[in-house]
Design a protein around this ligand. Structure first.
Ligand code: FAD
Ligand code: NDP
Length: 354
């Protein structure tokens, strides 16, 4: 198994548990507003909600959707484009700072994953992982569950997953099996460019397979990639099979998307960087999603088609998917939720109705 930065980070958390069986029922806790997810969107929403004295509770997740609390940025090294850090900042450090700020402003952070959300009536009902009964209710929910890397399901992928194949170069790139060995990265976006350049620190050479004749990556990243002496970009090329010796990956078979010519690259590592899947399993069937599965929000706002449910960050953004745009939409979600809550008539029991 690969060692992983995400696992290391998780080991430093204040409370870490793995739930394999049902937990005892607990009396449901009621919240005015909860935030599900702990990336830049979730933490920015929490800071604004706490400062508005709405006493938010954040469920930061326990390796939810494959990520440590803090989200996607915990899997990267330098973040150079988040304002306020002229020398850049490590992704994990940035998320630790956001978490500290959320707490300092008064957010209650629960290191729990929400496995079920019922938004059919108010208050909404939430289930923490391992519980069969409702554990929490909320008048408003901000969904900031983010997104995760896509896999390709190539022949050989199941056999060599974590034995040469990975979807996180930054987490896994430093392990010995990749040292001074040829490596392959799939994809033509910013992730592929960043991961390929990162892998040049460890591998002897990095081959990037791009299915079209153009990179999707930003100009600055594309230029860095194309000019790197340890990188070869193979345009119009896709992988067709992951081949190995039964234990570890040794080769990636390829095909030209133009000529259909078959090829092969000797490689000890295969890294996917082909985009992301929004984490919408909690609301599928309850909320309008677009054709790619992202939550639909009313343009210019974070309002979903369910009153009281707001969506922020990568889970509703297939276009920008940046830390700063996620943070921005987290702010919008908090302001939208604050307005929504102020328009609710609150009963004596503290339960809200429209
Ligand atoms: P995420 O960061 O995806 O976080 C969501 C969190 O919610 C996760 O921790 C997850 O565990 C948790 N969660 C999910 N489901 C549940 C649940 N049911 N219950 C509880 N918790 C749950 N952007 C930049 O601006 N600059 C960069 O340099 C940059 N580098 C990147 C490098 C890599 C390798 C990657 C993959 C992305 C990078 N990005 C970068 C993009 C950036 O990380 C994302 O746009 C941003 O993190 C999205 O924030 P988010 O809050 O929407 O969600
Ligand atoms: P993108 O969606 O931007 O790019 C995905 C790439 O993978 C595209 O080149 C796509 O090809 C290719 N691809 C998709 N499916 C397949 C497939 N089945 N076979 C072969 N190739 C495939 O995703 P990224 O993860 O690169 O970036 C996500 C967001 O995160 C972006 O907004 C990006 O800017 C941001 N980010 C920013 C960074 C930074 O600023 N430093 C670093 C990393 C990410 P095609 O182009 O043909 O669709």
């Amino acid at each position: 198994m690969f060692s992983s930065l995400r696992t290391l980070r998780l080991a430093t958390l204040p409370s870490t548990r793995a739930f394999t069986t049902s937990r005892f029922a607990m009396a449901p806790k009621h919240h005015k507003v909860t935030v599900i997810g702990s990336g830049p969107a979730g933490h920015t929403a929490a800071v604004y909600l706490a400062r508005a004295q709405l006493k938010p509770t954040m469920f930061e997740g326990m390796m939810a959707n494959g990520f440590a609390p803090g989200g996607q940025l915990t899997t990267t090294t330098d973040v150079e484009n988040y304002p306020g850090f002229p020398d850049g900042v490590l992704g994990g450090e940035l998320m630790d700072k956001m978490r500290a700020q959320s707490e300092r402003c008064g957010t209650v952070i629960e290191t729990e994953t929400i496995t079920r959300l019922d938004c059919s009536e108010r208050p909404f009902k939430l289930w923490r992982e391992g519980y069969d009964e409702v554990t929490d209710t909320a008048d408003a929910v901000i969904l900031a569950t983010g997104a995760s890397a896509k896999r390709m399901n190539l022949p050989g992928e199941e056999t060599y997953w974590q034995r040469g194949i990975s979807a996180c170069a930054v987490c896994d790139g430093a392990v010995p099996i990749f040292r001074n060995k040829p490596l392959v990265v799939i994809g033509g976006g910013d992730s592929a460019a960043e991961e390929a350049i990162y892998l040049t620190k460890y591998g002897s050479h990095v081959h990037v397979l791009v299915r079209r004749d153009v990179l999707r990556a930003s100009k600055v990243m594309a230029t860095r990639l194309l000019s790197h002496p340890k990188v070869t970009v193979h345009f119009n090329t896709v992988p067709t099979e992951a081949v190995g010796n039964g234990d570890l990956l040794t080769e990636v078979r390829t095909r030209s998307t133009k000529t259909k010519e078959e090829g092969s690259i000797t490689a000890s590592g295969l890294f996917y960087a082909i985009g992301h899947e929004p984490a919408t399993s909690l609301v599928k069937g309850q909320v309008d999603l677009d054709e790619q599965g992202y939550i639909k929000t009313i343009p210019g706002s974070t309002l979903t088609n369910v009153p009281g449910l707001f969506a922020a960050g990568d889970v509703q953004d297939k276009r920008y998917r940046q830390a700063v745009t996620s943070a921005g939409s987290g702010c919008m979600a908090a302001l939208d939720a604050e307005r929504y809550l102020s328009e609710l008539e609150v009963t004596a029991e503290g339960k809200a109705k429209l």
